[in-house]
Design a protein around this ligand. Sequence first.
Ligand SMILES: Nc1ncnc2c1ncn2[C@@H]1O[C@H](COP(=O)(O)OP(=O)(O)OP(=O)(O)O)[C@@H](O)[C@H]1O
Ligand SMILES: [Mg+2]
Length: 316
Amino acid sequence: MNAAPPLPAVQTFGLSRLYGPMTALANLDLTVNQGDLFGFIGSNGAGKTTTLRILATFLAPSAGRAVILGHDVAKDADAVRHVIGYMPDFFGVYKDMEVTEYLDFFGACYRIPSAQREKTVNDVLELVGLTEKKGALIGALSRGMQQRLGLARVLIHDPQLLLLDEPASGLDPRARIEMMEILRELQRLGKTIIISSHILSELESICNRVAIIEKGRLIYAGPVQGVRDQMSSGRVVWVRVSSDPDPAVALLRALPEVTEVAPLDHKIKITLASHDTDHSVIAETLVRGGAKLIELREDEIGLEEVFLRVTRGETQ
Ligand SMILES: Nc1ncnc2c1ncn2[C@@H]1O[C@H](COP(=O)(O)OP(=O)(O)OP(=O)(O)O)[C@@H](O)[C@H]1O
Ligand SMILES: [Mg+2]
C-alpha cells in the first residue's frame, strides 16, 4: 500500500479580506506543499502582508478559509500558532535587551522548560550565524543581524512552517545572500517556508514555487520556471548573417514556426509562434538555404520583465 500523500502545509479557499469598501484580498486559492520554499510576490499594496497575517491568525478573513497543516486558522488558532513561526514585516526590537535574554524570553513564552532553553537559544543562534553576538545589546546589532535575530526568534519553538514577511528588505546584497543561505539551510532541515518579497529575482534562485499577486488577486501560482513559460510565447531570436540579408529574411518568413521577421540594421529579429519551438530550425533553414549565419541568440527574458508583464496584465 502506498503511504498517504503528505498534508499540504497551507491551503486557502476563496480567502478574501476587505478594509471598509476596499478589497485587499480577493478569493485567494493557494496551496503550499510541505518542504516548499515558496515565494509570495507582489508589488506594494498587493496583499502579501494581509495574507500572511491571516495565515498567522492575527487577522480574520472577511470570507473564505485557510488550513495550516490540517488546522483551520479561524477555528483552531492555538494549534496553528504552535506550528508556525511568523516574522512580521516590521517588528519591535527590544534595543536594550541582550540577544540571549531576548530569545530566552520568547522561549519562555512558548513554555520551553528553562533547563532546555539555553540549548535551544544556542542552537537557533548557531543556525542564523549570531553565536558571536550572544551577549550583545540588540540596539548595537546591524540591520542584517537584527533581521537574523528576528528569524532566530521565530525558530525558537521549532515550528514546521515559517511565514516570513519581506525578511530581506532593507538589507545590503551581502546580507541578503546570507539570509537566503539561512533559508536554504532551514529548508534542508525540513521546514516549509513562505517568504514574501516585491523583488521577483531575489527569490528566483531559492524558491521552488512562487505565487504572484496583484491588487489582491492571484495571477500566477506554480513553479518558478512556469512564470517564464507562461510569458515566453512570442519568444524572440536574433540572427546575424554575413551574406545579403534579403534571401535570409525570405527563407525565415516561409517558416510556419515564425510569426514575424524584422530586419534591423545588420540583424534580423525573429518572433517565434510558440514557446515550444526549437530554434535550431532557424539555423538549419538559413544554412541549408545558403545564408552565412554568424550569430544566433535568443532573448533571455528575465524574471523582472516577466513580473512586470504579468502584473501589467499582459498574460490575460
Ligand atoms: N489596516 C488597514 N486598513 C485599511 N487598509 C489596509 C490596512 N492594511 C492594509 N490595507 C490595504 O490593503 C491593501 C493590501 O495591503 P498589504 O499590506 O497586504 O500589501 P503588501 O503586499 O504587504 O504591500 P507592501 O509591499 O507595501 O508591504 C493595501 O491597499 C493597503 O492599503
Ligand atoms: Mg507588506
